[in-house]
Design a protein. Structure first.
Length: 364
């Protein structure tokens, strides 16, 4: 996705402001601010830092006296608009789109404008069970409706543009990955125990099916209950082959290139993989609902580190109970959905310079 440098800088500045804003909005005034976790933890050089937690409109509220007075005068209640049950996320240019399976809608955080809005509940754009979501470079939003078995396409403001009707070809569509131009739309059909439709279908910008990748099985290029997919910066398609406990990469012609992963509870293994994202730098992120973390791999499958960990019953930053889908954006940020804790966390990748500088800073 090609984003002009000025817009990338604007999005980065807006998201950086969110870090401080979210901390103010989610903490009681009498409590000291929480120390933001980093990964890996000291004494190693940090590579990622927790930046913010998003739950709803209140996440973007500035708790200044001016904003408090405004809400009192006009009767605004920022806490009334929250995500019901988040499932998947996509982000670009300062906007974060989250599918809400409970609310049957898409919840949007517009960071530069410090506002939220929703869509997906009107007329032909109404959603029954929104699941996977992705964006193209023009800002179009592609949402998988698992129950209706279709992909609904909206503009960046949530106005209905069109849809792909897959009721005749899909068993259980769950994820979508779109190239930057919006010309190749990949849809994961998870299938089921009684179905052989464990595959990815490829569609053009008119919605016509032009190719099919994979079939049920365990050999390279085959799938067992695939659950997610993502586009790499070089045009490769990555698929989370959850039932085979692995990740597979395919070229533009649908040929299997490589794979990695094995079942287990150890580092670098996959126990209950749920979400997949690929950064512009080629790093591959996989969330796991059993390990309650996000593992970061090089494209060849080498494990770099794990982000987050299991919650001890609280809702601390970087702690998860049911991590689901993931996304990255042009600023290098990682977005992590936790369905059980009803949140989306924003983690930022640190440059080497910033990581080294943080090593010399006293503890917060």
């Amino acid at each position: 996705m090609n984003t002009p440098p000025r817009r990338r800088l604007a999005a980065a500045a807006a998201l950086a402001a969110l870090s401080a804003l979210a901390g103010c909005a989610t903490q009681a005034p009498t409590r000291p601010p929480l120390r933001r976790p980093v990964w890996p933890p000291p004494p190693e050089q940090p590579r990622y830092i927790f930046e913010a937690t998003l739950r709803g409109a209140a996440s973007l509220v500035d708790e200044s006296s001016e904003s408090q007075m405004r809400r009192l005068l006009v009767g605004e209640d920022a806490s009334a608009q929250t995500i019901g049950k988040p499932f998947a996320v996509a982000a670009a240019r300062g906007r974060i789109y989250v599918t809400d399976t409970e609310g049957r809608r898409v919840f949007v955080f517009d960071i530069p404008r410090r506002r939220t809005f929703t869509f997906g509940f009107r007329l032909e754009g109404a959603l029954k069970k929104p699941s996977g979501i992705d964006l193209d470079a023009q800002g179009r939003v592609y949402v998988v409706d698992t129950t209706a078995r279709r992909v609904v396409i909206y503009d960046e403001l949530g106005l209905y543009v069109g849809d792909i009707d897959g009721s005749a070809i899909w068993t259980r569509p769950t994820a979508v990955a779109v190239d930057a131009a919006g010309e190749r739309i990949h849809v994961v059909d998870t299938g089921g125990v009684e179905s052989d439709n464990h595959r990815v279908t490829v569609h053009d910008n008119k919605g016509r099916m032009v190719a099919e990748i994979g079939r049920r099985g365990s050999r390279p290029g085959e799938f067992n209950l695939p659950t997610d997919c993502a586009m790499g910066a070089n045009g490769e398609l990555w698929v989370l082959d959850a039932g085979n406990f692995r990740v597979q990469a395919f070229d533009a012609q649908g040929r299997a290139l490589r794979q990695f992963g094995s079942p287990g509870n150890g580092l670098g293994q996959l126990a209950r993989p749920r979400g997949l994202a690929v950064g512009r730098d080629g790093l591959v992120y996989v969330s796991d609902a059993t390990l309650c973390n996000v593992q970061v791999f090089q494209p060849d499958g080498q494990l770099l580190l794990a982000l987050g960990g299991r919650s001890a019953g609280d809702d601390a930053p970087g702690r998860y109970l049911l991590p689901a889908r993931l996304a990255t954006d042009e600023t290098g940020r990682l977005y992590v959905v936790d369905q059980f804790l009803h949140k989306v966390e924003v983690l930022r990748r640190l440059s080497d310079e910033e990581g080294r500088r943080r090593m010399t800073q006293p503890p917060a």
